[in-house]
Design a protein around this ligand. Structure first.
Ligand SMILES: Cc1cc2nc3c(=O)[nH]c(=O)nc-3n(C[C@H](O)[C@H](O)[C@H](O)COP(=O)(O)OP(=O)(O)OC[C@H]3O[C@@H](n4cnc5c(N)ncnc54)[C@H](O)[C@@H]3O)c2cc1C
Length: 595
């Protein structure tokens, strides 16, 4: 049976020490969350994750969701767990206080979400998607829509979905066909079929608010003719009570590789009543609010499965006796040494450990900059926060899910054949992690977004601002104790800058050069930004050790993990740069017949 323990000491290290969150204590949101309160919240959240959600993870995987007569039933225990989540007020954690939320920063919210997702990723998607719907309505809905829908999303009494995908239209949303025809009373009749809709129908909440992309009559072709609509499962009366059932129904549940506890639905819209959210034909703008938030949430899913798989693989490697250490027996009184003595087993575990701690730091740092982009009283800091969010969103989504999956596979490898057996749970981590690389914009598309849009945004202000931040940090913090880390960070940053300049020189003349190098660029960006996080964490750990802080073992392990990251992972930046520099020819010189 797999287990999960929330890494609370790691959270405290990031919030209290490495990022010193108390420096923001005067800003809105942060003001309501002094660090002792934050610690208490995280402790309570850990109990929810460990005691309520984790025990249901394998249940959800085994049972899956069921559809009978149009009604979807979630796995045993999910309904009660969702009730516990709602009664605990958790969906309100980072929501706006004007609608009943607690208004806490997202930098805290991502840690809550990590715990939920590590303990039960499929379950976590129900509240996760609701929060995305909440954000789209908060930023683009009318006052009336906000008043009608947001308080119920904030309490979790109602949930939300996002409906983009259609059978013939996935990445290329310009192809979508779902139609919206005015009813003459301000509402529209929505007709079409959406597929793969997560949490599209279930028995956890009284109502489901579907956010649906559709075309109005005479709308321009392609992406410019798409509008966003809100389509409630049950129509909502003026007094807020629920009215008749709307014309949207679940036609089928997808049978899929993982996240069995989450209902992935074919939704049929048959003249369902919907209302425009935001301006007509500007639906993609509104949907992007939801998608950007969801992308951080999906990156977090990659980390969450890597963390859960790592914890179990580590326990297994300490317990399972197999073979002897290459340098002679380490536990001579036993018939064999534990797996942990073998360098190759350590390689797999340390790949995950160094990633988990660094990726978590990147996630919190990115979310923090998103928070500052709203909350800071300094216009420059708001602009910088915005730039970092925009730049790093595809990196967090793409890199954290690619590596998260790879780490889940390596954790499975630590178990040998026992990792392939369902009851040990490793197979589920691998299967669940896989989807995060695909949905919310497949990772290849994230890489194109990074290279094609984010680099050039505002004349490169974001990426060059990021380089300057690293340079300033290195200049201010290099000393005898940190020098080796800083040098490795500088080398990675140089490779990233060289790749960035190469694209600037070579992508315009041949756009395939951008497409051919984009995967490697996203990996290079991921490694470098996590190296930056490790440099910050190593600096903090070195200072704590020098100050004689009592938690010596923790800081020493931090420095050793930093060393692993800088010496074993960071050198791969050179390979990515070399691949980028060869350009498109090795890929594009093939004709279709030559494959
Ligand atoms: C379990 C599950 C849950 C989902 N949940 C939702 C949901 O809640 N709401 C929703 O709307 N959708 C959802 N999806 C759909 C998901 O977002 C899409 O599957 C995804 O966006 C990819 O679209 P596609 O499957 O049509 O693949 P395609 O668009 O056909 O792409 C196939 C491959 O080609 C690559 N590719 C496509 N175009 C390009 C390009 N221009 N350049 C480079 N590479 C390209 C892609 O990266 C991908 O690897 C879900 C899917 C699954 C499986």
């Amino acid at each position: 049976m797999p287990s999960y323990k929330a890494p609370l000491r790691e959270y405290r290290f990031l919030l209290h020490e490495a990022f010193n969150m108390s420096q923001y204590s005067e800003l809105p949101g942060f003001r309501d969350a002094p660090l002792d309160v934050v610690d208490a919240i995280l402790d309570e959240a850990a109990k929810l994750a460990e005691e309520v959600l984790q025990p249901l993870n394998q249940v959800g995987d085994r049972e899956g969701c069921k559809l009978a007569n149009g009604v979807v039933t979630t796995p045993s225990g999910f309904k009660e767990a969702y009730k516990t989540l709602v009664e605990g007020g958790w969906p309100a954690l980072v929501a706006d206080s004007a609608f009943g939320g607690q208004g806490l920063p997202n930098a805290l919210g991502v840690l809550f979400n990590e715990m939920v997702s590590s303990s039960n990723m499929a379950f976590g998607m129900y509240p996760g998607l609701s929060h995305g719907a909440y954000s789209a309505l908060l930023h683009h809905g009318t006052d009336e829509q906000r008043a009608m829908y947001l308080p119920k999303l904030v309490t979790g009494e109602w949930t939300g979905t996002m409906n983009l995908t259609e059978p013939h239209c996935g990445t290329d949303l310009g192809l979508l066909r779902t139609r919206a025809v005015p009813n003459g009373d301000g509402s529209f009749a929505i007709t079409g079929t959406k597929i793969f809709i997560s949490a599209g129908e279930h028995d956890l909440a009284d109502n489901i608010l579907h956010l649906v992309l559709a075309r109005t009559e005479g709308a321009p072709a392609g992406i410019k003719g798409i509008s966003l609509f809100i389509v409630p499962k049950f129509l909502v009366k003026e007094d807020g009570s629920l009215g008749e059932r709307n014309g949207v129904s679940c036609g089928a549940l997808e049978h899929k590789m993982g996240i069995h506890g989450n209902a992935t639905c074919v939704l049929n819209y048959d003249g369902a009543k919907g209302w425009l959210v935001g301006e007509e034909n500007k639906g993609m703008r509104a949907m992007f609010t939801m998608m950007n938030e969801a992308r951080l949430g999906v990156g977090l899913q990659g980390l969450s499965q890597s963390e859960a798989a790592y914890q179990n693989a580590l326990a297994y490697a300490k317990d399972r006796l197999q073979g002897r250490s290459l340098t002679g027996p380490k536990e001579a009184d036993k018939p064999a040494d534990p797996l942990l003595v073998h360098p190759d087993v350590r390689r797999m575990l340390l790949n995950a450990k160094a990633f988990n701690e660094g990726a978590r730091a990147l996630l919190v740092w990115t979310a923090l900059h998103g928070d500052l982009s709203h909350a800071s009283d300094d216009a420059k800091a708001r602009e910088f926060g915005d730039d970092m969010m925009a730049l790093l969103t595809p990196v967090v989504k793409g890199y954290l899910t690619d590596r998260g999956f790879a780490n889940a596979v390596e954790a499975q490898q630590v178990y040998g054949g026992h990792g392939y057996i369902e009851e040990n749970g490793l197979s589920q981590f691998v299967r669940d992690a896989r989807i995060a690389m695909i949905y919310e914009g497949a990772n290849g598309v994230q890489a194109l977004d990074l290279v094609g849009r984010k680099l050039a945004q505002n004349g490169g202000r974001g990426v060059f601002g990021f380089f300057k931040l690293i340079d300033d940090f290195v200049a201010a913090n290099t000393n005898a104790k940190t020098e080796s880390f800083m040098n490795a960070l500088v080398a990675a940053r140089k490779d990233l800058e060289a790749a960035t300049l190469w694209f600037m020189e070579n992508a315009l003349q041949n756009p395939d050069n951008a497409g051919a190098g984009s995967f490697d660029y996203l990996q290079l960006f991921g490694v470098t930004s996590i190296a930056f996080m490790w440099a910050m964490m190593a600096k903090t750990a070195a200072e704590k050790l020098a100050s004689g802080n009592g938690d010596k073992g923790f800081y020493e392990a931090k420095l050793k993990t930093a060393r692993y990251y800088f010496e074993r992972v960071v050198p791969e930046t050179a390979t990515h740069l070399a691949r980028i520099r060869v350009g498109a020819a090795p890929l594009m010189d093939f004709s279709a017949d030559e494959f």
